[in-house]
Ligand binder design. Structure first.
Ligand code: FES
Length: 574
């Protein structure tokens, strides 16, 4: 079979051969019980699966893959499921982000090296989504994304609780002496009580929304709960559609255009999405060859209002979001704020796909004319403390802290923070600015989600729940607070953050886009001359990663992975 463009399917370079190599490629596949007619030139669809029992958010993916296969067979394709490295946010140490680029390499080479014409990406937990999109983008085959879907709303006693967000709230309550350890442990079972990923608008839900906003999935991908039968229907229909996409040669590059990324940035603001989307979209754009910068996030998205009242910025959860109309209702509401002519995987534009989308609950999805929060997008800060930029999510911040000058209390590492934060003698109050070093891509290593530092108990006991915090790390998408993140360059490579000392004054001015360390240039130079670089890892993936990882403002991809090699493999294996 050929595609509509007349191109021969790439899988035929394996299965279509009449010689010894063709025998080898087909014969070993037949040991799985595949009949000969499946090798007749029909599209071979790779189902890239991040199933793992150590990635609880993706533990239902074997079942989901079966629904994809139904759709692929129904449309005349040949589905083949394959595993790739799975990254479980709740278990992986030192941080799942250390392995995002490694997993993306696994995805890229698994796709390119195999007889695959089109790809279905099964992704859910935070890093699995960007890793799969990045790897697939570097191959540029026809590709469709399916997210695993969020868990059902968490319940504890008489309360609805959100995964992640509820953990931060309850752990602060334990530290402030407001709830017992027994109650804290009891909440574990009720918070995450069904298959699926975090059901707050954390990073997983944000990235599932980004998949849909980028046009990489069928409509409603973002919000259908994992256990809702309609998630299975979505998988089935995606399986059908990918076969058609192969015939149409609808590759990722035709969907992931600059317009698609601009749409995603605006949608991220409209959903109160995670700050992690910044580095992930920058990295995906880098793979597909779209010029996207950190500054674009501010220029394109910061004026966009937040329309959804979801945790951590608001009240509701993803299950409520789906019943209220889901992402299609948000995209329709954004109307002229998005490029309606951006192409999506179903062959229609995003404008056409969502033109009739309805909102069923205005408490959850609000109209553009009366938004949940005004100007809610990511803000990019610059100044002598972050020459290459830092970010903050104003919608998750305390408004009165967005312009603030305070005395720095510096923690040289996460261990230093843990050792001193509960010390009643720590010289700190709520007007101070907490500074954490060594949490960046090279410094941790792996760019950890530790930017939302816990507050000192003596501040918490006053009933205060937020302080200005600054670091070169990231923050969980389920977290909140006046937290400046992704400071670049990071401390571990001698960025100005490395030179901050306790007692320095720091100025944060979000409306003015400024992050300033109030010391003289001469003093900064004096400290720089005395700075000693930290010891960095010597072997294995850690060394490869630290040697090659780019700074946060570029998306933290490995320098050698930026760009694409396409899907061609000129040499045979035998
Ligand atoms: Fe997997 Fe939150 S831990 S999505």
């Amino acid at each position: 079979m050929t595609s509509h463009s007349g191109k021969k399917l790439r899988s035929q370079a394996w299965f279509g051969k009449a010689d010894k190599d063709g025998f080898i490629h087909r014969s070993w596949m037949k040991n799985q019980g595949f009949p000969h007619h499946l090798f007749d030139g029909r599209p071979v669809i790779g189902i890239c699966n991040t199933w793992s029992e150590l990635t609880p958010c993706n533990s239902h993916f074997r079942e989901l893959a079966e629904f994809v296969k139904r759709g692929v067979y129904e449309a005349g394709g040949f589905p083949v499921e394959f595993p790739v490295m799975s990254l479980g946010e709740s278990n992986l140490r030192p941080t799942a982000m250390l392995f995002r680029n490694l997993a993306s390499m696994d995805v890229e080479e698994s796709i390119r090296g195999n007889p695959i014409d089109g790809v279905v990406l099964l992704m859910g937990c935070d890093k699995t989504t960007p890793a799969l999109l990045m790897g697939a983008a570097s191959c540029n085959l026809p590709t469709i994304g399916i997210s695993g879907g969020p868990m059902l709303n968490g319940h504890h006693k008489d309360k609805v609780i959100g995964s992640g967000t509820g953990v931060w709230q309850m752990s602060e309550a334990v530290r402030a002496g407001k709830i017992s350890m027994e109650e804290f442990i009891d909440a574990e079972s009720g918070m995450n009580r069904s298959r699926g990923h975090c059901m707050t608008m954390g990073t997983a839900s944000t990235m599932a929304s980004m998949v849909e906003a980028l046009g990489m999935s069928l409509p409603h991908n973002a919000a259908i709960p994992a256990v809702d039968a309609r998630r299975h229907v979505l998988a089935h229909m995606s399986g059908r559609r990918i076969v058609e996409m192969v015939k149409e040669d609808l590759t990722m590059q035709k969907i992931l255009t600059r317009k698609a990324f601009e749409n995603a940035i605006r949608v991220n603001a409209a959903i109160g999405g995670s700050t992690n989307a910044v580095v992930h979209l920058l990295a995906i754009a880098g793979r597909i060859g779209v010029h996207l910068t950190l500054e674009d996030w501010d220029a394109i998205g910061s004026d966009t209002p937040c329309l959804v009242n979801l945790q951590p910025s608001g009240q509701y959860l993803m299950e409520d979001f789906y019943y209220a109309g889901g992402l299609p209702a948000v995209i329709r509401e954004l109307d002229q704020l998005i490029h309606r002519d951006a192409m999506t995987v179903n062959g229609s534009t995003i404008g056409v796909n969502n033109a009739e989308a309805e909102c069923y609950d205005r408490k959850v999805i609000m109209p553009l004319s009366a938004p949940f929060k005004d100007k809610a997008g990511i803000v990019v800060l610059k100044g002598n403390l972050a020459p290459n930029g830092a970010i903050i999510k104003p919608s998750a911040s305390t408004p009165s802290l967005l312009v603030h000058r305070g005395r720095a209390v510096v923690f040289e590492s996460i261990e230093d923070l843990h050792a001193r934060i509960n010390d009643e003698q720590l010289d700190i109050d709520e007007s101070c600015v907490m500074v954490l070093k060594g949490a960046g891509p090279k410094g941790y290593p792996g760019f950890a989600e530790v930017g939302n530092m816990p507050l000192p108990p003596k501040v918490l006991r006053k009933g205060i729940s937020d302080m200005v915090r600054i670091s070169d790390g990231r923050m969980s998408g389920t977290a909140y607070g006046t937290v400046v993140l992704h400071v670049s360059p990071e401390a571990a490579i001698g960025g100005p953050l490395a030179l901050v000392q306790s007692g320095d004054m720091i100025e944060l001015d979000v409306p003015g886009r400024r992050l300033h360390l109030d010391i003289s240039d001469a003093e900064l130079a004096r400290r720089r001359a005395l700075w000693v670089a930290p010891h960095l890892p010597l072997r294995g993936w850690y060394k490869i990663y630290v040697d090659g990882v780019q700074q946060a403002h570029l998306g933290a991809d490995l320098d050698v992975l930026v760009g694409s090699s396409g899907a061609a493999v000129p040499r045979d294996s035998h």
